[in-house]
Design a protein around this ligand. Structure first.
Ligand SMILES: Nc1ncnc2c1ncn2[C@@H]1O[C@H](COP(=O)(O)OP(=O)(O)OP(=O)(O)O)[C@@H](O)[C@H]1O
Ligand SMILES: [Mg+2]
Length: 245
């Protein structure tokens, strides 16, 4: 495990957010990611996990509460400005361009700073040799796990300090899931702080330093990954139905 520091690099404070007027999906969500931390967010379908990431990343309007990056209030900033501030995001669905090659997908990750492409491509290839081994392959012909690696690689092109991952293991076989979680750990060990939303609650909490359980847009439980994995209430209410080992 990398050295971690629970002083928040990124924090959500009492976030209230939603898509449709007067319907709040997040109803007071609070949490943070410390320096070098890998933080997991679990919870049932529709709990608001993806919405939490989108609200923190400027993709869903925040109605009240704050998003803080260190001492800076970044609540109202749009996603492209947050990328310049050092945040990266890998969405839950459609996170690669299938008709583009692996290399082109990574180019898209840094199209605003093309001069940095070579250096960043080399750095990401060091972490994930797949991106250079398969550089000319169209992403549509990659396996699900390989696509996740490309999607994460693309988000790493801007050299983020904090990365949001939304369900990186979704739709993958158990073996592929293990590989993807290993990749997530590799990214974290390279020094990137991570907030990862996951349906595979058990595996998520196994690799997370800390975790939050979200239910109906609110924090239900929080603790270290180990505490949550062993908490009888969390097991009864969430892990029993969510764990997909
Ligand atoms: N674009 C949207 N417009 C309106 N409502 C939405 C939109 N996206 C999500 N919602 C609603 O917000 C609620 C929370 O959705 P969200 O995607 O955040 O849940 P989740 O915890 O990520 O679920 P899952 O585990 O299924 O991915 C759901 O009731 C969903 O229907
Ligand atoms: Mg989701």
């Amino acid at each position: 495990m990398t050295d971690t520091d629970t002083t928040p690099v990124l924090a959500a404070v009492d976030l209230v957010a939603g898509y449709i007027p007067e319907v709040d999906i997040l109803r007071g969500c609070t949490g943070h990611v410390g320096k070098g931390e890998l933080v997991g967010v679990i919870g049932p379908n529709g709990a608001g996990k993806s919405t939490l990431i989108k609200a923190m990343f400027g993709l869903v309007p925040v109605r009240s509460g704050r998003v803080m990056l260190g001492e800076k209030d970044i609540t109202a900033l749009p996603a492209h400005a947050l990328v310049s501030e050092g945040l990266g995001y890998v969405p839950q669905n459609d996170n690669v361009f299938p008709s583009l090659t692996v290399e082109e997908n990574l180019e898209m990750g840094i199209y605003l700073r093309p001069k940095e492409f070579r250096t960043r491509y080399a750095a990401v290839s060091d972490l994930f040799p797949l991106v250079s081994d398969r550089r000319s392959q169209k992403c549509g012909s990659l396996s699900g796990g390989e696509r996740q690696v490309v999607a994460m690689g693309r988000a790493l092109m801007t050299d983020p300090t904090v990365l949001f991952l939304d369900e990186p293991s979704a739709g993958l076989s158990p073996m592929m899931q293990d590989t993807v979680f290993e990749s997530v750990r590799t990214i974290n060990q390279s020094g990137v702080s991570i907030l990862m939303v996951e349906q595979n609650a058990s595996k998520c909490l196994e690799i997370a330093h800390r975790g939050y359980v979200l239910d109906q847009g609110r924090n239900a439980y929080e603790g270290t990954g180990e505490e949550l994995l062993n908490d009888p209430k969390v097991i009864e209410l969430y892990l029993g139905t969510l764990a997909k080992i």
